[in-house]
Design a protein around this ligand. Structure first.
Ligand code: M6R
Length: 603
């Protein structure tokens, strides 16, 4: 997820571009840049780091009325100055900003390089300005060069480009958001409305396949071939202050609702349902042949995702264990070069996790990190990295990153098991279509959730318990962590079979029990829930509508039926919503809970 801004109008473009980038920084903040027409050419200012650092580094700001800008969340290549957008051709005749992933960039790059075009970055984006230049060199005018270049791209993109000396912006959308802002004589292109809301509230949301040309006289909406299309402006009724959160009151709620999209982004190009394969292109088949055992290390929510991965790997027949990274120095099992240590960390900067990773490296283990941040320390220090592509998560409470971590770990573990055993696990054939349907299943949960009503119903309870078995256990732990973290109420997660070994003493009518059903020995979990119910506790079953638990439980939070490897992740979204609404009723500072930080860089 990156942020794009483009502006055409009277007066300097600098201020609207930098304001737009600041307003889009929630979409990415590892590098930023602008390109401005200066009358005789294009001035570029770009660097790694936040927009604030870009602003400070611009001495004499480039003058010009037309420009583009970008704030980046790395997907291809680390967050260096060279990888920052805008990208250009060699002579800086063409400048481009892009959000999305160009899947065929390797073949395009090879073809252009063979024709003498020189590349200076590791990004997929850089092929676009070179491709436009290729068509300009072949004698096409700018508009046709842009259309030809766009028609060659495969993957998802929102692209905005400009050509030296022209007062025109060219833009195209396919699978990544792009919106046009319109005010008399001043026009904007952006990934999201907050970018230009200080300047105009009249917007057109572009559709996939749209190509637009923007100059000071207006906007021309067309399809890829140049045929006109009709797009009607609408008025946005957002307060610019709130706009970073869009229609949501909190980033946490926004991020919960982003899960269908963020997960789809994580999965893009990584499963091949037709051929029944997991296509993790960074890991060739056979990569994990020699792995004898796997240790997962992580903290907090990432630990719950790690536990999810570890249980899944055990169930797929490979020996594994999940350890709290902060316990690793005192409790690590022995490692050797056949041990794979997987550090799971959203930020890639958690001190406890980095220490454990360094210890595992020093002791000779092979290491891999599963992270959201491309240029993070964990990504740089581990032997390999698998990126979850969830986009920036602003709320301190992890939500969308947990879902993406757990699904990516599920795929990774299936790959490890396939390599170890010389053949794909037996249930891969049914798992892959279910993984593919996860974004729409998440949508279904979000659209029909009764979590707000459940949160209201139990808002004066004394304690909140969460139980689950197998892959439902890490989900129960995560449900309780989320609840205590943002409501400040007491919450505990248990393996459902453990309830009777002690915690049952705490159960009263004031302790609602949320029971997660995943299809793994559900009859036992139901029995455990009934044991709590018999002692007066209300039971809220999180399961599909036709599940036996619905008739027994006091309340029901519905999830679509799916494979047992994934059901807990749908249940988790219901629990995220319960926590959110409970915290909202208590008027807690949901995005910044007391005493907590997004990234914990101390031991
Ligand atoms: O960045 P990491 O995933 O390594 O962070 C680890 C924990 O601090 C983190 O998961 C924390 O528990 C969550 N933000 C809680 O919602």
């Amino acid at each position: 997820m990156c942020g794009i801004i483009g502006r055409v109008g009277d007066g300097s473009a600098i201020e609207p571009l930098l304001t737009g980038l600041e307003n889009l920084e929630y979409r990415g903040y590892d590098s930023a840049g602008i390109a401005v027409q200066n009358g005789s050419g294009i001035d570029i200012e770009k660097r790694s780091g936040k927009v604030e650092e870009l602003k400070e580094s611009i001495g004499d700001p480039p003058r010009g009325e037309v420009g583009i800008g970008h704030t980046r969340w790395s997907t291809h290549g680390p967050p260096t100055d060279a990888n920052a957008h805008p990208h250009t051709d060699e002579s800086t005749d063409v400048a481009v900003v892009h959000n999305g992933i160009i899947e065929n960039y390797v073949e395009l790059k090879e073809r252009l390089a063979a024709n003498g075009y020189e590349f200076t970055s590791d990004t997929d984006t850089e092929v676009i300005p070179h491709l436009i230049q290729y068509y300009l060199d072949a004698g096409f005018d700018s508009e046709r060069a842009f259309r030809h270049a766009i028609s060659e791209l495969e993957g998802s993109y929102a692209v905005t480009a400009m050509v030296s000396g022209e007062h025109v912006l060219y833009a195209a959308r396919q699978g990544s958001p792009l919106v046009v802002g319109m005010e008399d004589g001043e026009y904007f292109l952006a990934s999201d409305v907050p970018a230009f809301l200080e300047y105009t509230d009249s917007v057109v949301y572009l559709e996939d396949g749209d190509v637009v040309l923007v100059d000071e006289d207006g906007v021309e909406f067309t399809d890829l071939e140049g045929n006109p299309v009709t797009r009607t402006p609408e008025t946005v009724e957002w307060d610019p202050e709130q706009a970073g959160k869009g229609e949501y009151d909190h980033f946490m709620l926004k991020e919960i609702h982003e899960q269908p999209t963020s997960l789809a982004q994580a999965l893009e190009g990584r499963i091949d349902t037709r051929n029944g394969r997991i296509a993790l292109s960074d890991f060739e088949p056979g990569t994990f042949d020699d792995v004898e055992s796997v240790q997962f290390i992580a903290c907090g929510t990432s630990y719950h995702a790690a536990l999810y991965g570890s249980l899944g790997l055990n169930q797929a027949g490979v020996q594994s264990t999940a350890l709290l990274a902060n316990e690793y120095s005192v409790a690590a099992p022995p490692v050797d070069d056949d041990t794979l240590v997987i550090a799971v960390t959203q930020s890639g900067e958690t001190a406890d996790t980095l220490n454990a990773l360094r210890q595992a490296t020093a002791e000779g283990a092979r290491t891999l990190t599963v992270t959201n941040v491309v240029g993070s320390t964990a990504a740089r220090e581990a032997d390999d990295a698998l990126f979850i592509r969830a986009g920036p998560e602003i709320g301190v409470a992890a939500t969308k990153t947990f879902s993406s971590q757990a699904v990516m770990l599920t795929l990774l573990c299936q790959r490890i098991a396939a390599d170890r055993q010389g053949e794909p696990p037996a249930d891969l054939e049914s798992l892959l279509p279910a993984v593919e349907s996860m974004p729409s299943a998440l949508d279904e949960v979000l659209e029909s959730s009764d979590a707000a009503a459940i949160a209201r119903q139990y808002d004066d309870s004394q304690s909140y318990f969460f139980i689950g078995r197998g892959l439902g256990f890490p989900v129960a732990l995560e449900g309780a962590l989320k609840f205590k973290e943002i409501t400040y109420e007491h919450a505990e997660g248990f393996a459902s079979g453990e309830l009777k070994h002690g915690p049952l003493a705490l159960v009263t009518p004031e302790t609602p029990v949320f029971a997660v059903f995943t299809g793994q020995e559900d009859e036992k979990t139901l029995k455990n829930a009934e044991e709590a119910q018999t002692r007066g506790a209300p039971v809220i079953a999180v399961c599909p509508d036709d599940h036996a638990a619905v008739a027994v439980a006091d309340e029901h939070l519905s999830i679509p039926a799916t494979e047992s490897e994934l059901a807990g992740l749908l249940a988790n979204v219901q629990l995220q919503l319960v926590s959110y609404h409970a915290a909202d009723l208590l008027d807690r500072p949901i995005d910044k809970p007391r005493n907590l930080a997004k990234s914990v860089t101390v031991e």
